[in-house]
Ligand binder design. Structure first.
Ligand SMILES: Nc1ncnc2c1ncn2[C@@H]1O[C@H](COP(=O)(O)OP(=O)(O)OP(=O)(O)O)[C@@H](O)[C@H]1O
Ligand SMILES: [Mg+2]
Length: 278
């Protein structure tokens, strides 16, 4: 099957769509490795899904994709299946050839289990696939490799939202400037810059360095040892640890694009509310 024959189809599963979020392509990137790009992408996708959106998380890191590991998924179907001319599988929807269902309304298109040369996936295939996904999901969240592969380039060009991730250290922040340069060169949307793995009480120096580099930080995400633990269990942090500072930070980021579900706003314990006496 090729991307061309994959006509838009009915909703892939029963989660009710919300037109306010329809078809947003959120691209998550860092020019420097190990800063938490995959972690942020997985948790943005999970947080959007928790707000009732039909989400597809796409792993474009063909060389070393980690989404399957982060969510403990078996990469039986992968993005490379978009190239298959025919398939023996009985599929109800064209997307079934590609997707892995995490739960209803939360699907992934995984990178191959074996490290693969990105050249095996022709660039024009992705240029067809992303608009197709946009037409059948409320949000398409794309985890990208550090390299400016043809696929990263296509993702930048088709992004509605570009999230650049950094950690609060000089070398990572310098990497951030590479990401910013890439976004300008490709005419991508103005990036939302996320500072990940921020220790509480730390940070003004990082803010100062960022300002010196001409970078404005939109959201800071807490460093939390539970991130690794939830990852080892194959769970997104926002689901495993809904009351953690990390989850609050991701929620603040996602608030920029998707409203919270009514009734899901966090309720502060009564005794901590100002003016409340028990
Ligand atoms: N906020 C955080 N607090 C604590 N640990 C974190 C946080 N964000 C990410 N990590 C940890 O940092 C490590 C790298 O995260 P991740 O794989 O998401 O980075 P990456 O930028 O995608 O890396 P790569 O370049 O290999 O693709 C993981 O062990 C992850 O658990
Ligand atoms: Mg990664």
């Amino acid at each position: 099957m090729t991307a061309e024959v994959m006509a838009p189809s009915v909703a892939p599963d029963p989660v009710a769509p919300d037109s306010a979020a329809a078809g947003k392509v959120v691209v998550v990137h860092s020019a420097k490795g190990g800063v938490g790009t995959t972690t942020v992408a997985v948790n943005i996708a999970a947080a959007m899904h928790a707000r009732g959106r039909r989400v597809c998380l796409v792993d474009l890191d063909l060389g070393c994709g980690d989404v399957a590991v982060a969510l403990r998924l078996e990469p039986r179907n992968t993005i490379l299946d978009v190239l298959a001319d025919d398939t023996d599988e009985e599929v109800e929807e064209p997307i079934d050839i590609l997707r892995t269902i995490v739960e209803p309304g939360f699907n992934c298109i995984l990178a191959p289990a074996q490290s693969t040369d990105p050249a095996e996936l022709p660039g024009d295939v992705l240029a067809d696939l992303i608009p197709y996904l946009r037409s059948i999901y409320d949000a398409v969240v794309i985890d990208t490799p550090t390299s400016m592969s043809v696929h990263t380039r296509t993702a930048f060009e088709l992004a509605d939202v570009l999230v650049l991730v950094s950690t609060p250290d000089v070398s990572s922040l310098r990497g951030l400037t590479i990401g910013l340069d890439r976004s300008i060169a490709l005419n991508a949307p103005r990036p939302v810059v996320v500072l990940n793995q921020v220790e509480r009480g730390e940070g003004m120096p990082a803010e100062e360095i960022a300002a010196g580099l001409g970078v404005e930080i939109a959201v800071r995400i807490a460093r939390d040892p539970m991130v690794a633990r939830s990852g080892n269990r194959g769970e997104a942090m926002v689901k495993a640890e809904p009351n953690s500072p990390f989850t609050s930070d991701i929620d603040r980021l996602v608030d920029r694009w998707v409203a919270r579900k009514k009734g899901t706003a966090k309720v502060r314990p009564l005794h901590r509310r100002k003016g409340f006496k028990l």
